[in-house]
Design a protein around this ligand. Structure first.
Ligand code: ADP
Length: 253
């Protein structure tokens, strides 16, 4: 896209001059387009649970004769949709603030970070009876918030999309001036034609939607934006019904 300005100079001594300047505003237009698209997606994603919460609440308020078990079922839906709304709000806030975030360098016990994430997800790990292989014995000076969010989003996906009795392997190691993260699962896997879309905001593979696995479609876009900001790289290896390994490589300054 080009923006054009034209200026006209009148001079008594010489002939008149016209200056035409072209500015390349492609990046600006693209950024505005992405912003509009993001806002439209946010509104749509927030509307869905809100509509459901309002609908079920109205029905509960209107119908005094509703049997107890139906009431219970409706309240469960309201609770579930409210939780989804909170997850969405948190993820949306995370996505928005990444770009401008100033990051302090702090001493991090990586094993402790991973243990905290695993503890928060212990119920899902138990329910699926996952076998855990963990290697994250590492102390580093790095940025805590991105490390926490990257690990948390990758690990929660590797649990959510895993199969019963599957393997969850988490490795974080330092090799020279690089942090290498690898999270492997033996779950649903991602079809090759979807692998380059999973980092797009709000993208969810149909299978995840159909199987009613909860999610916002923002987790991996948050990972991607942090990795970009930290000048790292991401590598995805996945096979449908076999499993997924996501590797992240982050430079240490
Ligand atoms: P979500 O909140 O849906 O998990 P993500 O951005 O984290 O959103 O992931 C995007 C989509 O990529 C998911 O909906 C899922 O379809 C797919 N995906 C991500 N991680 C995995 C994984 N480990 N195994 C299988 N599919 C995955």
């Amino acid at each position: 896209f080009l923006d054009l300005t034209m200026e006209y100079y009148r001079s008594d001594m010489q002939s008149d001059t016209v200056v035409i300047a072209f500015y390349d505003v492609t990046d600006l237009i693209e950024a505005q387009f992405q912003q509009t698209k993001f806002l439209a997606n946010v509104s749509h994603e927030l509307k869905t649970p809100l509509t459901s919460i309002i609908g079920f609440t109205d029905t509960l308020l209107d119908d005094q004769t509703m049997p107890e078990e139906v009431k219970r079922e409706f309240l469960d839906i309201i609770a579930h949709e409210s939780k989804r709304l909170l997850d969405l709000t948190n993820d949306i806030l995370s996505v928005i603030k990444i770009e401008d975030k100033v990051l302090p360098l702090v001493k991090i016990d990586v094993d402790q970070v991973v243990q905290t994430i695993l503890k928060a997800q212990s119920q899902a790990i138990e329910t699926k009876n996952l076998r855990l292989e963990l290697m994250a014995n590492l102390q580093i000076e790095y940025y805590l918030e991105p490390l926490q969010q990257i690990l948390s989003n990758l690990i929660s996906n590797a649990i959510k999309y895993n199969k019963k009795n599957g393997l969850l392997r988490i490795r974080v190691e330092r090799i020279g001036q690089r942090i290498k993260i690898s999270v492997k699962d033996t779950g649903l896997g991602i079809a090759s034609n979807a692998q380059n879309q999973i980092f797009d905001r709000f993208y969810r593979v149909n299978k995840a939607r159909n199987q009613q696995i909860p999610g916002t479609g923002l987790g991996l876009s948050i990972v991607h934006e942090w990795v970009d900001k930290l000048h790292g790289t991401i590598n995805v290896k996945s096979q449908v019904s076999v499993g997924t390994t996501i590797k992240i490589d982050l430079p240490i300054k």
